[in-house]
Write a protein of this length. Structure first.
Length: 83
């Protein structure tokens, strides 16, 4: 796979933490940062799908934001009472 080199600036303490984790996992700084970027991008995609699903479900069920908030409050209240 072809790669492209980029320059990224990190605060010294963050770079130190990155290097410690990379060493503890026996991998290079670049490998660690590539994996971190992949994980971040995948997480963003997953959240977009979750929100799209929720939006579609709310539209299908004709729920407003206030309806959802009320359900959350009810759930939390009932959960707290069950303790």
């Amino acid at each position: 796979m072809r790669t492209k080199t980029v320059n990224v600036a990190f605060q010294p303490n963050l770079l130190s933490d990155i290097d410690k984790v990379a060493r503890s996992e026996s991998r290079s700084r670049s490998e660690l940062l590539r994996e971190a970027a992949r994980m971040y991008i995948e997480r963003k995609k997953r959240w977009r799908r979750i929100f799209a699903f929720g939006k579609a479900a709310a539209a299908r069920l004709k729920l407003s934001e206030a309806d959802v908030s009320a359900e959350i409050r009810t759930y939390r209240r009932d959960k707290a009472r069950a303790k």
